[in-house]
Ligand binder design. Structure first.
Ligand code: G
Ligand code: G
Ligand code: MN
Ligand code: NA
Length: 253
């Protein structure tokens, strides 16, 4: 099987679709969701990113796939807002290849224009690894994206270099604490201490905090007590297709 060739065909045939995973507040209200790409392969079924993202990155196909996901997320989010949930927001992952592609800001603007989604309904999730090559250039791009009105979220926080000084330098709105810290948060005091400190620090800098990988009621309770702003994980919902997400709006998860 020539995966690269299949992937090129898949892009043409629009086989890359967005699933969505809810982000909820302490009351379980669904305020936002993260778009997570899936490949609906006609023969192989629904493939997860682990199966194809590395090759998509290597070949540059991630730029086309990423644009399709971004546009779909904008359209879907606008539909949810128009169906009676006008504050619903969506987050979309941006990989290093997309980030260094020189017209990311133009791509984002054209997806907003094509869909009619208000910019502040869109959040872009970036990882620290995108910042390593050229921090100043990355900051300029983040500023250009924020000038469009979109929000920026720092994904997988705590796993990379995580220089705390980044937090002060980076124009970000949200940080997502990596699930490796959340996994044992109710049993390992060191993970709880780190998470509590990150939340306090972020709030002191005016940055909101999302915890990812919340799988149990116990983890959720600890995070609520720490005043974590939003939570995401299997405890609330797995990533689901757009229509399934639409049916969850207004529910308490
Ligand atoms: O949904 P899942 O847990 O399998 O996602 C695995 C990884 O793939 C996550 O780290 C996520 O950041 C990445 N990913 C998911 N969707 C997208 C996407 O649309 N674009 C990019 N660049 N990465 C994505
Ligand atoms: O972009 P990011 O690396 O955060 O991608 C999120 C990934 O984490 C997706 O692949 C998603 O399916 C996965 N995920 C989401 N919630 C949970 C969870 O509660 N537990 C675990 N183990 N994985 C999760
Ligand atoms: Mn993410
Ligand atoms: Na993550």
């Amino acid at each position: 099987l020539d995966l690269e060739r299949e992937m090129r065909n898949g892009v043409q045939a629009q086989q890359f679709v967005a699933y969505y995973q809810p982000k909820v507040n302490a009351d379980g209200e669904l305020l936002c969701c993260e778009a997570l790409v899936r490949w609906q392969h006609p023969a192989l079924g629904v493939l997860s990113p682990a199966r194809f993202l590395p090759l998509a990155e290597e070949t540059g196909l991630i730029v086309a796939i990423g644009r399709q996901v971004l546009l779909a997320a904008c359209h879907d989010c606008l539909r949810w807002r128009q169906s009676g949930y006008p504050d619903m927001r969506v987050a979309v992952n941006v990989s290093s290849r997309q980030f260094s592609h020189d017209d990311l800001a133009a791509t984002v603007q054209s997806c907003l224009d094509d869909s009619g989604l208000p910019p502040d309904a869109l959040e872009l999730e970036i990882t620290e690894s995108l910042l390593l090559d050229n921090l100043d250039a990355a900051i300029r791009l983040l500023q250009a994206l924020r000038a469009l009105g979109v929000k920026i979220s720092l994904d997988d926080f705590g796993t990379g270099y995580s220089s705390l000084s980044y937090l002060q330098k980076l124009p970000i709105d949200t940080l997502k604490i990596d699930r490796s810290f959340i996994q044992h948060i109710d049993s390992r005091s060191s993970d709880a201490a780190i998470t509590r400190a990150i939340i306090t620090l972020a709030h002191g800098l005016g940055v909101r905090v999302v915890a990812e990988g919340v799988e149990t009621a116990g983890q959720c309770a600890v995070l609520v007590e720490m005043q974590c702003d939003l939570m995401q994980g299997f405890w609330f919902s797995r990533p689901v297709p757009a229509q399934t997400l639409a049916a969850m709006l207004g529910q308490r998860l």
